[in-house]
Structure formats: C-alpha cells, structure tokens
Design a protein around this ligand. Structure first.
Ligand SMILES: Cc1ncc(CO)c(N)n1
Length: 223
C-alpha cells in the first residue's frame, strides 16, 4: 500500500462524514438552499486565495523544475479556472467582484487557511503537500460521487459545480499531488511519516468543518 493510500484509509471516517454532510448531498440532489451556497462561495473564494499562496510556496520549495512546473500548473488552475467558477456563480447570485473579494473570512476559513500556511512555512515540501492534499483529493472524490447521482451533472444551478470538481483537469492536480507526496515519502523516517499523516488528518477535519460552517452560515460569535 502506498503512503497516500494508507493516510486516505486512516482519514476514511472523516471523509465519509464530509461526503454524507447535508451541504454536499444538497449540491448533489439540488436541494441545498441558495443562501448557504452563496455564503460558501464567498468564504471559499477567500480560502482559495490563501490556498493559491500555499501552492506558490510549493514552487519555491520544489527540488526540481518538473515539480516547480507542477505547482505552477496547479496554481494557474486554481486562480484562473477554479476561481472563475466562483466569479461566475457570484455574478449569478448578484455578488459583485468587490463584495466577493471583501468577504471577511469566517472562523473555520481563517483557521483552515492559517493551518495550511503554517505547514507551508515550516519549509518541508512533504508537509506542504500533506496539508493541501485533502483539499484537491476530497473535492475530486466528492465531485465524482455527485456526478454519478441522477441529474446532478445537468442540474440547472449546481451542475456547473459538479462538472468542475468531477472534471479530469481538476482530478489531474489531485493525482499529481498524490504521486509527488508518495515519492517524497519514500525517503522519510517513520516519525516523519506519522507527522505527515497527522497534518493530513487535521486538514481532512477542516474540510468537514468547512462544509458544516457553510451549511450553518456560521460567522464570528461577536462581530
Ligand atoms: C475548502 C475547500 N477545500 C477544497 C477545495 C478544492 O479546491 C475548495 N475549493 N475549498
């Protein structure tokens, strides 16, 4: 079993909880309230700005040109393809570009972004990838699972979201991160692998919390 298969298995209960979350299921069967989706899109836009910075740090930490290029591709895909989805939905929701960019990050958005940035700043590429892998990988799994539900891909409102995250272009980034982490893991000690697993489990938990935050449109308890 590869290292990433091992940590994916350890995170299985968390990933299953995300998959079963009413927010995720609501995108798949079209019943998600638009207000929750609007809140999510705005928060996710802010999250993706920080996620992009982490990938840019991947370019800096990369040991060779091929790896630099992989992070540059992932960065471009996020800033110019994935975030374009958010900009398109914002327009449909009547949210201006200014309002979108001025979104105040909620508690989970801030905690999750900060956790990724902190791992990236420690200077090890493996830690950086372990922290962002649940993001790319779990969305691709969710995208594919929802795409298999009848009508989800063609849904007039949420179909575009499902098409984005089930797409091969999106999945190829997850596959590349998986392969890169497995390669880096080969030269790590057992202690270092445990540490990578702990990072992966933590950001997997944040993925669940992000869905839950969006469903509840949770904001700071004191404004
Ligand atoms: C919170 C979150 N995790 C993962 C992705 C996938 O890029 C996303 N857009 N948002």
């Amino acid at each position: 079993m590869s290292f990433t298969q091992r940590i994916r298995l350890r995170a299985d209960a968390i990933w299953k909880a995300s998959h079963d979350h009413p927010f995720v299921q609501g995108i798949g069967n079209g019943t998600l309230p638009k207000e929750s989706f609007k809140y999510y899109m705005k928060q996710d836009y802010k999250y993706l700005i920080e996620y992009s910075k982490v990938m840019a740090m991947g370019v800096v930490l990369a040991p060779d040109l091929k790896t630099m290029s992989g992070f540059a591709t992932a960065l471009d895909e996020t800033l110019n393809t994935e975030m374009e989805l958010h900009r398109t939905y914002a327009e449909r929701l009547g949210v201006s570009r200014e309002e979108l960019e001025a979104t105040v990050p909620g508690p989970v958005t801030l905690a999750y972004s900060s956790a990724m940035l902190a791992e990236a700043q420690k200077g090890s590429l493996a830690e950086l990838i372990a922290s962002i892998l649940p993001c790319a990988w779990s969305y691709y799994e969710i995208g594919k699972a929802l795409a298999a539900l009848p009508g989800a891909l063609d849904h007039e409102y949420y179909g575009e979201w499902v098409r984005m995250y089930s797409s091969e272009d999106f999945g190829s980034i997850a596959d590349w991160l998986i392969a890169t982490l497995d390669q880096l893991a080969e030269s790590k000690s057992a202690e270092e692998l445990d540490r990578l697993e702990a990072i992966f489990l933590n950001t997997s938990r944040y993925e669940y919390m992000f869905w839950d935050m969006a469903y509840k449109q949770e904001s700071w308890p004191v404004a």
